[in-house]
Design a protein around this ligand. Sequence first.
Ligand code: FE2
Length: 337
Amino acid sequence: MNKNKSEGKEKKTFTDSNELKKLTILIPVIIYELFSVIVSYCSRSDEVIMLGDNTLPISAFSGVISSFSLMCLIITVLLYKKMGYIVALVIDLIQIPPLIIGMSMSHNLRMIPGLFLNISTVLTITIIYLSQAKVEREKKRLRSLFEQTAVTLVGAIDAKDTYTHGHSSRVAEYSRKLAEMKGMSEKQCDEIYYTALLHDVGKIGVPENIINKPGKLTDEEFEYIKQHPGQGAQILEKINEYPFLSIGAHFHHERYDGRGYPEEKKGYDIPENARIISVADAYDAMTSKRSYRDPMPQEKVREQIEKGIGTQFDPEYAKLMLKLIDADKDYDMREKD
Ligand SMILES: [Fe+2]
């Protein structure tokens, strides 16, 4: 119940900020209208400006101001995408009928340049909008391709590791929640999600009999396991566009007190995405089933996370995890049957 209330509140805040963002479209619209008034004044004015010995008619400025107003509409399309295009189109199109009616009624051909300007503006903003939409579609396609590749890779890790089925997906979900609670942007939360999803990709290079060994690992076997962050980083560094993936995989087993691996980094020397994944990873390990035990009781998990504040975990993210645990009254955040 409390959870729903807080989700509702968060959703409302997000919607409010979106509504506020939409309202800022009024700024270029108002500037455009101001320019239109100035253009209208300039084009009708017979006044002149004295520049030294020369005179310059004010009407000569109407072309310059018109180009500024066109720029306003282009900026509106670029910043507000579809909504900006519709607004810019409406603003421009509503000026065309009065021009045509005015010309046919008064046979005043002075309105022809204005009409041409309006038509060329419609064409310009339409071309810009369509090109922008094409780029957005391409970005979406590439993103979807990356998501499918990531899910396929995760499937390969899960298939190899029989004890940690679904581990990567759950760690990704928990990591995203922590990033959201920290107040990161949607883009940053997505980056954390995909980094966490692929954090154990290096396990592909660890022999199956070691990954799936039920008992205690020998020192030699543990040395193999310790190689998976480095191997994961090597695999992921090929994805140049997303360098954060490799960084997260490389350092997710570091500890805040410097006693982790592979580089024994300490505190804020450990990249932030790895500090988040570290907490989420440990939480999932405790709340997942193993061949020798069920998920640990929630209070025991809470105790372990609290114990790790400042030693195993970044205090800030460990405390956020404690908040998540406290909000999870029915202990839903764990591996299900
Ligand atoms: Fe790992």
